[in-house]
Design a protein around this ligand. Structure first.
Ligand code: SF4
Ligand code: SF4
Length: 66
């Protein structure tokens, strides 16, 4: 099981992680005019492949094994 956290201070809302995830576990959300990525999946469904973490140029994503 994995948990994926997004540092919304660092996230630029580019969507690269959303596109990189093979399991559609991430989505872009917009709040107060700021767009950022959010983990929408469940810890059971995340593959732990790190594509999102490695694909984020801003270092905003951390994947942690539970
Ligand atoms: S790739 Fe990084 S900066 Fe882009 S939406 Fe995902 S977390 Fe945010
Ligand atoms: S670790 Fe892989 S499966 Fe899990 S959210 Fe990131 S890209 Fe998707």
């Amino acid at each position: 099981m994995y948990i994926v956290t997004v540092d919304i201070e660092k996230c630029k809302g580019c969507g690269d992680c959303v596109d990189a995830c093979p399991g559609q576990q991430l989505a872009l959300v917009e709040e107060d005019g700021k767009k950022y990525a959010m983990f929408k999946g469940s810890p059971d469904d995340c593959l732990g492949c790190l594509a999102c973490q490695e694909g984020c140029a801003d270092g905003a994503i951390t994947v942690t094994e539970l």
